[in-house]
Ligand binder design. Sequence first.
Ligand code: PLP
Length: 383
Amino acid sequence: MRLPSTGLSVAHPPHPARATSFAVAETVRELQPYQAVSSLEQIGARPDQVPHKLDWNEATVPPSPRVIEAISAFLTNTHHLNWYPVLNSTNLIERLARHWDVEGDRLLITNGSDQALDTICATYLNPDDPVLVPSPTYTHFLVFAQTRGARIVPFYGADPFQPAFDALLEAATRVRPKLLYLVNPNNPTGVMYTPDEVAALLAAVPETLVIVDEAYSEFAGSTCIGLLHTYSNLVVTRTFSKAYGIAGLRIGYALAHPEVVRDMRRVFNPKSVNVLAQIGAMAALDDQAWLRWYLDEVAASKRALREWFEARGIVLHLTPANYYMAKFDRAPWVAQTLAEHGVYVRDRSGQRNLDGYLRFTIGTLEQTRQVTDILGSVLDRLR
Ligand SMILES: Cc1ncc(COP(=O)(O)O)c(C=O)c1O
């Protein structure tokens, strides 16, 4: 291999014949690598097909054109890719503080909201700390908590698609967890608790840090951010990956009491968020008209979906977020056949109480019509 600037050659050492003898951390020993099942590779292999990528709850359309313009302008005119980004994304903190009418010291901007969740776990969890997790839910959080040796205490309501507030309150007061991870609305079931219910939880377990993951909150039109002024044991996490359509840039944030944010900064790397993500997020935030348009499209799709599924007598759970769950007799076959036609969905059958359910991301009305046409023809083959 030749190094471009020096012309020097470096010899690659041969791969060792044996695996290394490094012992992974005890807290990691039980974990398996995340089974990534994104459809991107399949989509790349079928350039002849118009894909419907409905498996990861991303936006189904490109973001506001302002995002592309802002990033292009930066790359064309400024081009300081050789410099680290603005540390701690203070530029975006200012914008978001105005957007939410909160003080800037309540905000931590992160590399996807995943990093916010990881940072909370790194900051607060000791081995064996109990972490209460209403389930089934977004599983990657469990990795962050388990890596710190925490003890996951799953909470299952009687019906996975219905809130179970009293039982959850009872579990929280009984377990007294160090963290409670509440995805609101929940992925994949859509279960959602009102800000009043979340306030009651916060009041009942003041020594528990309650994470309210609002990854899909824009679609639901409800947020617990207002509770931050009353409760210091609340962290809200949010993302630009879903409604704002910039999942590829990886940017999200946490809102919390200033002392919680200060604690999180003890472990947070201030250059985690890349410059293009910072610029893209600011441009996305500036185009609320685009956001409104996309939310309206998803809402219109939900109305069409309700009619379509009702007419066919298929069990459907529309969620307050940008996805629905539908139940099929041969769910894996349906998912695979849809994929052959360019519609990629997520089989959630493996999760407890979700046997036979596929999760579909919801896009624009036109996309929804295309998808239901394809789904209709696939289901006709089942008869
Ligand atoms: C509930 C929930 N939280 C967090 C994330 C991760 O989001 P981000 O792209 O901001 O890391 C996802 C992604 O699917 C999610 O469903």
